[in-house]
Design a protein around this ligand. Structure first.
Ligand code: GLY
Length: 374
């Protein structure tokens, strides 16, 4: 079986399982699962949770690939629910790309819905307003008016910039893309270390923009390489290159990719941090899936040798996930089984919805069936 046939079989297997999962979970917005059953973040307490677009994104990807109306109906329901978030200023943060590109943005791209376009543009307006002009960085999290988080930026935000590029495309107003480019330029300077590894959090003085710190964030510690952070940088800078054509972003993505390729374990199983002890068995399937997506996006933009290495590594990561980490039983809600939110959390190796999203996106891409949602 060649690679394409393998990917097509895998995509059919995902479809077979996810149709059953979508039928059982029409009203939920899952983040994780307990004993194989999705939780639900759609209630008033959790509706602003940063991962609330991924299930919709996965459903739109599958709708695009297989045309099953059930997927679309469930995704549209999630988009409606997210309006509670859109109307909650404190619930709007740097993660609006994850939430609205994959829900309303996907709907607009695939169906032309004007209501959906309106939602995604409102989210883009809010994201654009988070730029700190002195630092040239989009502020990360909120705080209750204390200013304690006013000077924080995180590498994850690179994946939210496509909401701004998209907004400029549909409105023909360059301001959104200008803000995305401003953040990407500053992030290339502030987050990428000389060896191609990537910081998670950068602290800056919100009045002067001066960088004052580099805490370990969700990785092992200051100076370490949190695997999901590396994958956000890889995919994020590659997408910024796709949207702007700027060579500087491609060069950053190549440096980050080279570092990742040099550090991927032979097993193909992703640690939580590339610097964690060999005795530490914690894994992060989400980082594996996002890395695969980033490598597949980078491959056609880079030189032949790196492209071949990127593609081979992506396929290996996906094969290992499919064979060793996927829960293929249709009675079980999640797909990937061993994800970690953060190195210092007390709980590791559990399902997380964005792992399922990126795994699905990567597999569909390998068989030419993915929707471009970024
Ligand atoms: N954006 C937060 C994370 O990657 O966990």
């Amino acid at each position: 079986m060649d690679e394409r046939q393998w990917a097509e079989r895998l995509a059919s297997r995902i479809h077979e399982k996810e149709l059953a999962v979508a039928q059982r979970n029409a009203e939920r917005i899952p983040y994780t699962a307990v004993d194989g059953v999705f939780d639900d973040r759609s209630g008033a307490q959790d509706i602003c949770w940063w991962t609330n677009g991924f299930w919709a994104g996965q459903l739109w990807q599958l709708y695009h690939a297989f045309g099953e109306p059930r997927y679309r109906a469930v995704a549209e329901g999630i988009e409606e629910k997210l309006d509670q978030n859109l109307m909650n200023h404190m619930g709007m943060d740097h993660d609006s790309g994850f939430k609205w590109l994959l829900s309303a943005g996907a709907n607009y791209r695939l169906t032309g819905s004007e209501r959906a376009k309106n939602r995604a543009l409102l989210a883009a307006d809010n994201l654009a307003g988070r730029l700190n002009l002195k630092a040239g960085l989009i502020r990360a999290w909120n705080d209750p008016g204390t200013g304690e988080n006013a000077g924080l930026a995180i590498i994850d935000c690179m994946m939210n910039l496509p909401l701004l590029y998209w907004a400029s495309e549909v409105t023909r107003d360059p301001r959104y893309a200008q803000i995305a480019v401003c953040h990407a330029d500053s992030a290339a300077r502030a987050f990428i270390r000389p060896d191609g590894s990537v910081r998670h959090i950068v602290v800056f003085d919100p009045d002067t923009g001066a960088v004052t710190g580099e805490p370990g964030g969700q990785g092992m510690g200051p100076g370490s390489s949190w695997t999901r952070g590396q994958s956000w940088a890889l995919y994020g800078f590659t997408l910024s290159h796709r949207h702007t054509g700027r060579a500087a972003y491609l060069s950053v993505a190549e440096r980050v990719a080279d570092r990742i390729l040099a550090r991927l374990p032979d097993s193909g199983l992703m640690p939580v941090d590339y610097d964690q002890s060999p005795d530490c068995t914690w894994e992060d399937d989400t980082a594996a899936a996002i890395t695969a997506c980033g490598l597949l996006e980078l491959a056609p933009r880079t030189d032949e040798a790196r492209a071949a290495a990127c593609r081979a590594a992506a396929v290996k990561l996906l094969r290992v996930l499919a064979e060793q980490r996927c829960l293929w039983d249709s009675a079980v809600d999640p797909l990937l089984s061993r994800c970690s939110a953060a190195y210092h959390d007390s709980v590791h190796d559990f399902p997380i919805i964005y792992g399922d999203y990126y795994f699905t996106e990567a597999v569909l891409r390998l068989c030419g069936k993915e929707a471009f949602l970024w």
